[in-house]
Design a binder for this molecule. Structure first.
Ligand SMILES: Cc1cc2nc3c(=O)[nH]c(=O)nc-3n(C[C@H](O)[C@H](O)[C@H](O)COP(=O)(O)O)c2cc1C
Length: 390
């Protein structure tokens, strides 16, 4: 299969790598609840899974690389996916390089019966249309898309007055910038749980308690969420905004995180629990959380630079960042939950810092009110069984 996959992804390295994991989405798993808006969830969810996969792959020295550009129909066909219901979203080659695969031969189509998820499904054509509108139809198109110029889309390189360098040419911090920046403590590298334990316990916190986060816990989470990863897609498309409700040593308010300076830029000070709950589609989690990360991105600029597939990239990058925030939270012994939101109101809330951006995804952070119970529930069933006397 490797040679066929390498052709479909216009990437020779796949034909030498030990394995390639393909993440696919079954639409109905999200559309039963989110309808056409479920399209975004496909990338948030696969981003959440990718965060785990990248962490495991890196820890095992397997050098995982995320490929977002490929000929969609070729990969779907290779896997025998029924494209009315399911589609491949990302490829992740990993493992050592081996001998080059023989030249691809024509492979017969796979036609498997699939156990339906429900007795009946509702079709959301808008979702399929959106996916089709962002497909690449040949290896040449993949190549062209991948090597396209991206610089203009990157928030870090946009020349609006908002994004100012933290250092002048001599490397001194500019006082104008520093006045608006709250420096964060350096992230802890050795935090609490190991990776396997963290992933076992990772879940979505259903109710946040009042206990605050420390500034170090928040700083570590933001730092971990924004580390680059190996990919054929550009990084830095997504900006990180924050509502701090209960973080020791940090005035409550709205902020923007600046990864380059590892600092928070103040948007507005104030107590915004009510506003944050409202922005998160009136879900109490958004108000009860100690801090809520809002991922925003300049979609117009991204679409102009990357075409329709840029929409996938922005949602995927935010999904991976959110997934990494989950891991950082559970490694440090607190909790997180992905959330959906009112698009326009999120952008208005963070104005003027959010000018030209769109709301992409939200991740809430805090300590679970039902910590003991939820932790117990995460112990794998098998070890619970083993503990019982025979
Ligand atoms: C991308 C993403 C978005 C989510 N959005 C919401 C949401 O809007 N409201 C909510 O209560 N939970 C939300 N969740 C939590 C899910 O309900 C939860 O992840 C799902 O039930 C799976 O459980 P687990 O995360 O504990 O494994 C979201 C989770 C993710 C990963």
């Amino acid at each position: 299969m490797r040679a066929a996959l390498a052709d479909a992804a216009a990437d020779d390295s796949i034909s030498r790598r030990a394995a390639t994991i393909v993440l696919s989405a079954m639409y109905w798993r999200n559309t039963w609840k989110y309808e056409s808006r479920g399209y975004r969830h496909l990338f948030w969810d696969s981003g959440t899974m990718l965060a785990n996969l990248l962490a495991c792959g890196d820890a095992m020295g397997l050098a995982p690389r995320v490929l977002t550009g490929f000929v969609d129909t070729a990969v779907n066909r290779l896997l025998g996916l029924d494209v009315r219901h399911e589609a491949a979203l990302e490829l992740v080659p990993l493992g050592p390089e081996t001998a080059v695969a023989p030249v691809a031969r024509a492979l017969p189509p796979i036609q498997l019966d699939v156990v339906p998820l429900s007795s009946s499904e509702v079709d959301y054509p808008a979702l399929r249309d959106m996916h089709e509108a962002s497909m690449l139809d040949s290896a040449a198109a993949v190549d062209h898309w991948r090597t396209g110029r991206l610089d203009d889309a990157s928030p870090r390189s946009r020349s609006s007055g908002r994004t100012v360098a933290a250092h002048d040419r001599e490397g001194n911090r500019s006082s104008a910038v520093e006045a608006h920046l709250v420096p964060l403590p350096a992230a802890t590298r050795e935090a609490g749980r190991g990776l396997g334990d963290t992933i076992q316990r990772r879940g979505s916190t259903r109710e946040f308690g009042e206990a605050p986060l420390s500034l170090l816990e928040l700083a570590t989470t933001l730092w971990c969420a924004t580390r680059p990863w190996d990919s054929d897609a550009p990084s830095g498309l997504v900006d990180v905004f924050l509502v701090a409700n209960a973080v020791d040593g940090l005035t409550s308010g709205a902020y923007r995180y600046r990864p380059d300076a590892h600092a928070l830029e103040i948007v507005r000070e104030g107590a915004f629990r009510n506003e944050s709950a409202y922005l998160c589609l009136e879900q109490p989690l958004g108000g009860d959380a100690a801090a809520v990360i809002y991922f925003l991105a300049p979609l117009d600029a991204i679409l102009a630079a990357r075409g329709n597939r840029g929409y996938r990239l922005a949602n995927l990058e935010a999904g991976v960042m959110g997934g990494r925030a989950y891991l950082a939270a559970y490694a440090q012994g607190f909790g997180a939950s992905g959330l959906t939101f009112y698009d326009r109101h999120v952008v208005e809330f963070f104005a003027p810092a959010s000018a030209g951006e769109d709301a992409i995804f939200v991740t809430a952070l805090g300590r679970s009110r039902m910590r003991v119970r939820s932790e117990e529930a995460k112990i794998p069933v098998i070890s619970r069984l083993r503990r019982q006397p025979s």
